[in-house]
Design a protein around this ligand. Structure first.
Ligand code: FHN
Length: 389
C-alpha cells in the first residue's frame, strides 16, 4: 500500500519530476552528518552519562537555554577540514552529503542572516562551516544538501512542552500565541539563504511533529521552496505526511518528494522515491560512550538491500566537537569504498529488482541483473526465477 509521493510542484509533469529527481535516484548513497553544539557534551552533562541519541541532550538532560548556550563558547572545531570530509565521503562511494544546518537545538552551522546563535558570530571558531563544506563539495563533485529542523529549542517563539521538576522538557515545543508567523519568517530567511547562498540541492526537513506545524504549513512551504528553486528536492518531513519511523507518506496530497524511513529498511521493494537514514552506531550526534558500531559488512549489505528495493541509503557520521570523524567511522567509510570501487556499478543508476532471492539481493540496470550474494547456497547454485523480459 506504499504510494508514490505526490509532488505538489504546481503543474509539474511526471517527466519534469523525473528530470528533477534523476541525479538523486541515480545516486543511491549519501552521507548524513549530524554536527553541532551537542558534540561538545557528547552524551555527558554535569558528570552524568545520558542514554539516548547525542543530539537530544538539551532535552534529555533537561538543560535550560542559558546553560545550553554555554556550549557555543566551547565550539571551536580547529580540526575541521572540509576537503578531507568530502574526500572520505567520495571514496566511500557517497554521491551527496546532507548536513545539519540547524538541528532541534537551534544552533546554526552557517552564518544565519537573522541570528547570532551560529558558528560565525556565536562561537570562538568564527568561520562559516557550511560555506566551506559547500565549496569543498563543489570542488570534489559531491552534491551539497542540508537538514533543517522546524522544531527549534532556542528560538523565543517556541517554548518547552512542559517543566519537569522545574526543568524544561523541550520536545515537542509549543509556539507562543501570535508568534508562529514570526518563527516562520525566521525559518524562511534561513531556507532562502541555504538555497541561494549555499546552493543546497536537497532540503531535508525534520522536527515537523509539534502540533503547531500543520500539513497546510508544509504544503505552503514546499510550494514556496520550489518557486524559489524549481530544481530543489524536499523530503516528506516538510509537512505532516510521514507515517512515523517507517517514514513513508500517507495517502493523499502530502508535500514532499521522497519517503524517509529511519533506522529501518522496508521489507519489500517500493514503487516511489525513498531514502533510509541510518546510524553507524546508535547515535546521530557524537557520543563518546557509544561504541556499538555496525560492521562494514552490515553497512555494505544495508546499502545493497536498500538499492535492491529502489531506495537510497543515507548513512550517518557524527563528527566530534573538534571537527574530526570518529576513527571507527573512518575505517568503515574506507571499507565501504573498497567494495564500492569494484561493485558500485551494480547500485548507481540501478532499479529495484522484481524478486528477492534467498541467497542475497538483485539490482537491475539497462537490461542487466546484478546478483549480490550474501550466502552461497550449499549446492553452489544461484537460482533465479524464470524471467519473461
Ligand atoms: O529527532 C531527530 C533525530 O535527532 C535525528 O535527527 C533523526 C535523523 O533523521 N531524526 C529525528 C528523529 O526522527
Amino acid at each position: 500500500g506504499l504510494r508514490p509521493n505526490p509532488s505538489l510542484a504546481g503543474a509539474e509533469s511526471p517527466e519534469q519530476r523525473g528530470a528533477r529527481m534523476s541525479w538523486w535516484r541515480a545516486a543511491r548513497f549519501g552521507m548524513f552528518i549530524h554536527w553541532g553544539l551537542y558534540a561538545v557534551p557528547a552524551g555527558e552533562y554535569q558528570g552524568q552519562q545520558y542514554k539516548g541519541i547525542g543530539e537530544w541532550i538539551m532535552n534529555t538532560a533537561r538543560i535550560p537555554r542559558a546553560d545550553y548556550e554555554k556550549f557555543a563558547g566551547r565550539f571551536n572545531p580547529q580540526a575541521f577540514d572540509a576537503d578531507a570530509w568530502v574526500r572520505m565521503a567520495k571514496y566511500a562511494g557517497m554521491k551527496y552529503i546532507v548536513i545539519t544546518s540547524k538541528h532541534h537545538d537551534g544552533f546554526c552551522l552557517f552564518d544565519a542572516p537573522n541570528s547570532h546563535y551560529d558558528c560565525v558570530d556565536g562561537s570562538p571558531y568564527g568561520r562559516d562551516l557550511l560555506k566551506d563544506l559547500s565549496a569543498a563539495c563543489q570542488r570534489h563533485g559531491v552534491t551539497f544538501c542540508t537538514y533543517y529542523s522546524i522544531m527549534d529549542w532556542h528560538h523565543p517563539a517556541q517554548r518547552p512542552a512542559k517543566q519537569d521538576n522545574g526543568k524544561p522538557v523541550w520536545n515537542p515545543t509549543r509556539v507562543k500565541d501570535g508568534q508562529k508567523a514570526a518563527y516562520s519568517q525566521y525559518m524562511k530567511k534561513h531556507l532562502r539563504t541555504l538555497v541561494k547562498d549555499y546552493q543546497t540541492r536537497v532540503l531535508w526537513f525534520d522536527g515537523e511533529w509539534p502540533k503547531w506545524w500543520t500539513d497546510e504549513d508544509g504544503r505552503k512551504l514546499y510550494q514556496w521552496l520550489l518557486d524559489l528553486d524549481p530544481t530543489l528536492i524536499v523530503n516528506n518531513r516538510v509537512g505532516a505526511g510521514r507515517t512515523g519511523m517507517s517514514g513513508f507518506t500517507k495517502a493523499g496530497s502530502f508535500a514532499g518528494d521522497f519517503g524517509t524511513p529511519e533506522q529501518e529498511i522496508p521489507a519489500t521493494g517500493v514503487d516511489s522515491d525513498w531514502e533510509s537514514c541510518m546510524t553507524m552506531n546508535d547515535t546521530w550526534g557524537f557520543k563518546s560512550a557509544d561504541h556499538n558500531w555496525k560492521s562494514t559488512e552490515t553497512l555494505v549489505r544495508n546499502l545493497i538491500d536498500i538499492a535492491s528495493k529502489g531506495g537510497n541509503y543515507l548513512l550517518n557520521i557524527g563528527p566530534r566537537a573538534d571537527g574530526s570523524f570518529p576513527q571507527a567511522s573512518v575505517e568503515r567509510l574506507r571499507g565501504m569504498g573498497q567494495w564500492m570501487s569494484v561493485n558500485g556499478e551494480s547500485l548507481y543508476g540501478s532499479q529495484a529488482a522484481l524478486f528477492k532471492p534467498q541467497w542475497g539481493r538483485v539490482t537491475r540496470k539497462q537490461g542487466a541483473l546484478y546478483l549480490h550474494v550474501f550466502d552461497w547456497p550449499t549446492n553452489g547454485k544461484l537460482t533465479i526465477p524464470a524471467l519473461d523480459n
